[in-house]
Design a binder for this molecule. Structure first.
Ligand SMILES: [Zn+2]
Length: 308
């Protein structure tokens, strides 16, 4: 699933290769990816324009478009693109060369089936921009509401992070995933950040110590830098241990699995324990500790507490 680092590869690809090419045809016939627009609406809004800038906040890309050449017509609408769970951007150059950005990382190993093309811009030079999305959970819409997103995870400042992360009683993992608070952290990055910071995903945000919040901020930045440098959220140190029987790469303790914030979550049974004052009541957003590879007493306690 594309998280901030993968979405940034798609944005930078568009910025490098798809700007200032006149749009001469648009396939917006997928009414699900194009919702709430009806087929033809995106087409008529974009014909004759060019993309002139590519922006990103969190996992949302938005593109500015030019006027149509008619002096009376000002710049065009913005196009919002969300890659969903499996989206990739494929840009074809005037010479037929093809480049990709987004999910997944092993582009050359993945086919490009025609039926996965959910939205296409065709350029006057013969090339195109395609949203390729096998699972069809991506989205394209005009003038997206970027203001509904929190600050970008790579840009957020420490004081703002502290304010946004600590308010309320929700589990910290659920808060990290809340795009209206901090934009760009998905499931893998959230598990990696919490593991690096040695914070339980179940900890209530109002119970986090100042030191824990500071560690979360520092690890947010370092995890994003590392993921950007290595090619995506899947390169995190904890990713290979997110399976039954997995052990913590730091101390060898069994990993615990549960559902937090509605998402499959893995954490170290030894280093990411809840502190006494974080334990009760069970935090909002934490449910269904479903399995774990160990019978350690503290884990049974944890499951009992969350179910009780
Ligand atoms: Zn550990």
């Amino acid at each position: 699933m594309p998280e901030l680092p993968e979405v940034e590869t798609a944005r930078s690809l568009i910025a490098d290769q798809a700007l200032h090419r006149r749009i001469v045809d648009v396939d917006d016939s997928d009414s699900y990816v194009g919702r709430p627009h009806s087929p033809g609406e995106l087409r008529s809004a974009l014909m004759g324009r060019s993309l002139i800038a590519a922006h990103r906040r969190g996992k949302t890309i938005w593109l500015e478009t030019s006027g149509t050449g008619d002096a009376a017509a000002p710049d065009g609408p913005e196009i919002g693109i969300h890659l969903g769970m499996s989206g990739r951007i494929v840009v074809t150059g005037p010479d037929g060369s093809v480049a990709e950005g987004g999910d997944p990382h092993r582009y050359e190993a993945r086919p490009r089936r025609a039926e996965w093309s959910r939205f296409t811009l065709r350029f006057a030079d013969g090339g195109s921009l395609v949203l390729l999305d096998p699972r069809r959970l991506g989205r394209v819409r005009l003038n997206p509401d970027i203001g509904a997103l929190g600050p970008d995870a790579a840009q957020v400042m420490r004081a703002e992070f502290r304010r946004l992360i600590t308010k309320g009683t929700i589990a910290v993992k659920a808060r990290l995933l809340d795009q209206s608070k901090i934009a760009g952290v998905g499931n893998l990055l959230a598990d990696e950040i919490l593991w690096q910071a040695r914070v339980s995903p179940l900890a209530r945000v109002d119970s986090l110590s100042s030191a824990q919040v500071n560690r979360l901020y520092r690890t947010l930045k370092s995890v994003l830098e590392s993921a950007n440098a290595k090619g995506g959220a899947h390169t995190g140190d904890i990713i290979a241990a997110r399976h039954p029987g997995g052990t913590c790469p730091r101390d060898g303790a069994p990993m615990v699995h549960g559902t937090v914030g509605g998402r499959s979550t893995w954490w170290c049974s030894r280093e990411q324990t809840l502190q006494l004052d974080q334990r009760s009541p069970a935090p909002e957003g934490a449910r269904h500790i479903t399995s774990g590879p160990t019978k350690a007493t503290h884990q049974r306690d944890l499951a009992h507490r969350l179910e009780g």
